[in-house]
Every structure is written in structure tokens, then in C-alpha cells.
Write a protein that binds this ligand. Structure first.
Ligand SMILES: [Zn+2]
Length: 164
């Protein structure tokens, strides 16, 4: 690792720390020449295998590009998309895999996208899970509705117990 200040080709590790979720190691390094300190972050490489069999490094940018179309015309900002991509990366890294299918990346996108915007979620899911008929849409919407009702009931029960 070259020193980013003086380009000296060597550095000394003065401190190593594993991130909370265990997916990265932060190292504090010191250059023996100019004595300046800098930090490096080490993460395991994560590859995505595309349907064509081609392997490419995981990228948040690709996740964002993948969902952007589904979010067209919806109240979803670039910041929202950045947060979504970060969530996707975190949940993929927590699986501890070195490699996974593009399909699995898509599955990981579904959860956080649904939290973000249900319409965008339905659009993405319809392409992703290859909805073939109106019934597929109805089933997905029915599921969303049911979960929303359950959530509302849970909240009502909570409010009820708080009153007692
Ligand atoms: Zn240096």
C-alpha cells in the first residue's frame, strides 16, 4: 500500500478494527518515511454472476440503475436510492458470500424497495419475477394489502393496550 501523501511504497499498520457487522476491517497505517497516518478499509470482494455467466464486481451504482426505471414518476429521490443501494449491499455482505447470482441481488432489492415505494416495488417485481398475468399482479397487491392490514391491526392493538 503506497503512502497517499508521499507515495512511499511501504506502510506500517498501527491499529486494526473489525466493523460491527464483521464485513470490513479498518486499518490505521503510518508511513515510515513522512510519518503521516492514513486509514484503509478492507472488504472481501463480492462478485455478481449475471445470467449470461459473466462475473462482475458488485456495484451500488448498478443496483440504483436497476431500480431507477421502476421509480420513474414516483416520489423517490436520489438520496432514497443511495440509501436503498446501501441497504442492499449491507444485507448481501451479511450473507458472507464471495459470489452470488444477479437474481439473488434482485431478490434482496425487493424488501427495501417495498418499504420505499409500493408502486415502484410492484413495477420492479413484475419485471423481476416475470409476472405473466393480471392474476400475478392481483396476488402481489393482495399480499401487500394483507400485510398492511396486519400492521395496522398490530398498531391498533398496541394503542389499545397502552390505553388500559
Ligand atoms: Zn509518506
Amino acid at each position: 500500500m503506497h503512502c497517499p501523501f508521499c507515495r512511499h511504497p511501504d506502510s506500517r499498520v498501527v491499529d486494526s478494527r473489525t466493523s460491527e457487522d464483521g464485513s470490513a476491517i479498518r486499518r490505521r497505517r503510518q508511513c515510515p518515511k513522512c510519518m503521516k497516518r492514513f486509514t484503509t478499509i478492507e472488504t472481501a470482494s463480492l462478485s455478481v454472476v449475471k445470467r449470461s455467466g459473466v462475473t462482475e464486481p458488485f456495484s451500488r451504482e448498478k443496483v440504483i440503475n436497476g431500480v431507477r426505471k421502476a421509480c420513474q414518476g414516483r416520489p423517490v429521490s436520489d438520496d432514497d436510492l443511495a440509501v436503498l443501494a446501501q441497504k442492499v449491499e449491507e444485507s448481501i455482505r451479511s450473507m458472507g458470500l464471495a459470489e452470488l447470482d444477479a437474481y439473488e441481488v434482485g431478490l434482496t432489492i425487493l424488501g427495501p424497495l417495498r418499504e420505499l415505494d409500493e408502486v415502484a416495488y410492484l413495477r420492479f417485481a413484475s419485471v423481476y419475477q416475470a409476472f405473466e398475468s393480471l392474476e400475478d399482479f392481483e396476488a402481489a397487491i393482495e399480499l401487500l394489502r394483507k400485510e398492511r392490514e396486519e400492521q395496522a391491526e398490530g398498531e391498533a392493538a398496541e394503542a389499545g393496550s397502552a390505553e388500559q
